[in-house]
Design a protein around this ligand. Structure first.
Ligand SMILES: [Zn+2]
Length: 227
């Protein structure tokens, strides 16, 4: 089953309570900038979480104001200001003759040196983060190019950063969030004239040799991660 075009309630709930992994959180956060409906849902969930957290301590007398003053005093505001400026400047990723603006939540990744690998005629994939929990990829599919038909051994989460692609009868546009599980067998194909940039998070416990756009065997895995 495709669980798209929005993160489901469970994912949003975990996001609101901070229980979602960093990788998926990046994709969810990007989607929230695009989707008022999910954004409102998360605000409500966050408010609920805060309320249920605050209730048990509500009748304990506690000097919250002075705690807050101390906390704010200890934050290095100069560092905060610097990082927000950098984010605005650095949100662009360029390769070949293409330039894409990354979602706000991932703008910091633009300063990373990306190792783009070719697949198809003009398509590219770059591993962005490799962690214990999973791997983050940028996947560029050129117009009308597709990934050979494949299935998944587990869930892969994706966010469309630019353009659109089709997967069987579904069409995913910029801002859409999706997840594909083991029941899906498909042939994703870029539909937009300027190609399509997809950002995918693949959990480590899954077999990441097969994934939505992912390259499909161990040789490909080696190819992707060699320097
Ligand atoms: Zn949504």
């Amino acid at each position: 089953m495709t669980v798209g075009y929005h993160p489901d309630h469970k994912i949003l709930e975990k996001y609101a309570t901070g229980d979602l992994g960093v990788g998926i959180s990046l994709l969810v956060s990007a989607h929230l900038d695009h989707c008022e409906q999910c954004s409102r849902h998360v605000s409500q969930l966050t408010a609920d979480a805060v309320n249920s957290f605050m209730e048990p301590v509500a009748d304990i007398s506690y000097n919250l104001d002075s705690e807050l003053d101390q906390l704010i005093g200890s934050i290095d505001t100069e560092v905060l200001n610097k990082s927000s400026v950098q984010r605005e400047e650095d949100g662009k990723v360029t390769f070949l003759d293409k330039t894409f603006t990354l979602p706000r939540s991932m703008a910091y990744l633009a300063s990373k040196e990306l190792n783009w690998k070719e697949f198809g005629k003009n398509s590219r994939i770059a591993p962005v983060e490799t962690t214990e929990e999973g791997n983050l990829y940028f996947i560029y599919l050129d117009k009308n190019e597709e990934v050979p038909q494949h299935g998944h051994e587990g869930i892969e989460y994706s966010y469309v950063a630019a353009g659109s692609y089709g997967s069987q009868s579904d069409i995913f546009n910029t801002g859409d969030f999706s997840s594909f599980d083991s029941q899906i067998i498909h042939t994703p194909k870029a539909l937009s004239d300027d190609g399509c940039l997809v950002i995918s998070w693949v959990e480590k416990r899954l077999n990441f040799f097969t994934g939505i756009f992912s390259p499909l065997n161990k040789i490909m895995w080696w190819y992707l991660h060699k320097a």
